[in-house]
Write a protein that binds this ligand. Structure first.
Ligand SMILES: NC(=O)c1ccc[n+]([C@@H]2O[C@H](COP(=O)([O-])OP(=O)(O)OC[C@H]3O[C@@H](n4cnc5c(N)ncnc54)[C@H](O)[C@@H]3O)[C@@H](O)[C@H]2O)c1
Length: 341
C-alpha cells in the first residue's frame, strides 16, 4: 500500500486528523517541535478523539531500544486498541522511530507522519523505511512499514536552523545526481517548494516499483554507505554526511570527476558544509571499515555494494570486497586528507 501524500497548510492538519477513521489517536512528537508548534498546531484536543501523547527526545537520541520500549509500554498502559492511529510529528529521527512503534504495537497499527525538517520532507518521511540505531551502527534494526498519510507543510521550515537546513539540502544534492531533471532545476534562484515536490515525487515513483529495496530503490542510497559511517564517527547531521559520502565514492570510483558538480550544487542550495571533519588529519580508515562491515548494504561476508554515479542520472551498483575498498581508501589517503570543496 502506498502512502497518501498531501502538501498542505499547518491549519489543515487538525482537520485531516479529525477525519481519520479511529477514535484513538496516539501522538509521538519531537520535544523541540512540540515546544515550537503546540500553539499553532494544538493537537491535544480533537473533537471525537481520545488523544494519547508521548513526547520524544529530540532528533537522533530517540532512535534506541530504550525509547522504543518506553513508548510502546506507555501506549500499552493506556489500553490502546488495534484501530488506534499513530501520528508522528518531527523530523526523520521521529518518523523513523514512530514507524517502528507503529509496526510493533499490537502487531502493527496505522500511522501517519508530519515531517518538520527539510530532510524528512524530501526523503526520510517518504517511503516507509523505519528504524532505530544499534551501538553497532545506524538504522540496523528496522522494518518496511508505510505510513497511511504524509502531510507536508513547508511552514515548518521557518524555524529550522542553518545546520538542519543544510542537512536536508544534502539529500537534495543526492537527488540532483539521480535525476537530471531535478539537477537542472537547482540554480541559485531555485524555488524550494517546487524542489520539495519534485524530490517527493521522484522518491515515491522509485519506492512504488521496489518497496523492499531489492533493486531500483537501492539507488536512493547513493552516498549513504560512507555517509552513515561518517555520521556516526563524527556526529554530524545526516544530509551533510551524505555529501561527504558522495565525495568519497566519487574519489574512489570516479577519480573525483563529479567534485565540481557537488560544489556547484552546494553553492546553489546555500549549504553550509564547512570543512571535512578530517581535514588535514588522518582519515580513520580502520574505524570507517568497521562501520562498513556492519552496513546493511553488505551483500556477503566479504562484499559490500556501492551506488556509483559517473554521469548524472545513470546509477551503477558495484560490489567490492572489503580488502579492496580498504586498499582504495589507503591509495587515496592524501586526496581524502585534503578534501575540501
Ligand atoms: N527512513 C528513511 O528513509 C530515511 C531517509 C533519510 C534519513 N533518515 C533518518 O532521518 C534522521 C535525520 O532526520 P532529520 O534530518 O529530519 O533530523 P532530526 O529528526 O534528527 O531532527 C534534527 C533536529 O531538528 C529539530 N527540528 C525538527 N523539526 C524542526 C523545526 N521545524 N524547527 C526547528 N527544529 C526542528 C529536532 O528537534 C532535532 O533537534 C536520521 O536518523 C536518518 O537516519 C531516514
Amino acid at each position: 500500500m502506498n502512502s497518501k501524500i498531501e502538501f498542505c497548510k499547518i491549519d489543515y492538519i487538525k482537520e485531516k486528523i479529525r477525519s481519520i477513521n479511529s477514535d484513538l489517536i496516539l501522538i509521538i512528537a519531537d520535544l523541540n517541535v512540540w515546544s515550537l508548534y503546540s500553539k499553532v498546531l494544538p493537537l491535544m484536543n480533537i473533537e471525537g478523539k481520545k488523544i494519547i501523547f508521548w513526547k520524544a527526545p529530540d532528533g537522533e537520541k530517540v532512535k534506541d531500544f530504550e525509547n522504543l520500549s518506553s513508548a510502546i509500554e506507555f501506549f500499552l498502559s493506556k489500553n490502546v486498541h488495534r484501530k488506534a492511529h499513530l501520528i508522528s510529528l518531527g523530523g526523520g529521527a521521529t518518523s523513523d522511530f514512530s514507524g517502528m512503534v507503529a509496526a510493533l504495537l499490537l502487531r502493527g497499527i496505522e500511522w501517519s507522519t508530519i515531517p518538520t525538517t527539510l530532510l524528512s520532507m524530501v526523503d526520510a518521511g517518504i517511503g516507509g523505511k523505519v528504524a532505530i540505531n544499534s551501538p553497532q551502527g545506524k538504522n540496523l534494526i528496522g522494518a518496511f512499514y508505510h505510513p497511511t498519510n504524509i502531510w507536508i507543510c513547508d511552514a515548518f521550515l521557518e524555524t529550522l536552523d542553518k545546520r538542519e537546513w543544510s542537512s536536508g539540502a544534502g539529500e537534495i544534492v543526492k537527488y540532483a545526481f539521480l535525476s537530471k531533471e531535478i539537477g537542472e532545476k537547482i540554480t541559485p534562484e531555485v524555488d524550494i517548494k517546487t524542489l520539495i515536490k519534485d524530490c517527493v515525487l521522484y522518491k515515491e515513483q522509485v519506492v512504488a516499483v521496489d518497496f523492499k529495496e531489492s533493486g531500483e530503490r537501492k539507488k536512493l542510497n547513493f552516498g549513504h554507505t560512507f555517509g552513515h559511517a561518517i555520521e556516526v564517527e563524527y556526529q554530524i547531521p545526516h544530509g551533510l554526511s551524505v555529501i561527504w559520502g558522495i565525495l568519497l565514492v566519487d574519489i574512489i570510483f570516479n577519480e573525483g570527476k563529479l567534485i565540481p558538480k557537488v560544489k556547484e550544487l552546494v553553492d546553489n542550495l546555500k549549504i553550509d558544509l564547512g570543512d571535512s571533519p578530517w581535514l588535514n588529519k588522518e582519515f580513520p580508515v580502520d574505524r570507517i571499515m568497521n562501520y562498513l562491515r556492519k552496513d546493511k548494504k553488505t551483500t556477503s561476508t566479504d562484499l559490500i555494494e556501492f551506488v556509483v554515479i559517473k554521469e548524472v542520472g545513470k546509477t551503477e551498483f558495484t560490489s567490492i570486497s572489503f580488502s579492496e575498498i580498504e586498499s582504495k581508501l589507503a591509495e587515496n589517503k592524501d586526496v581524502i586528507k585534503k578534501l575540501t570543496i
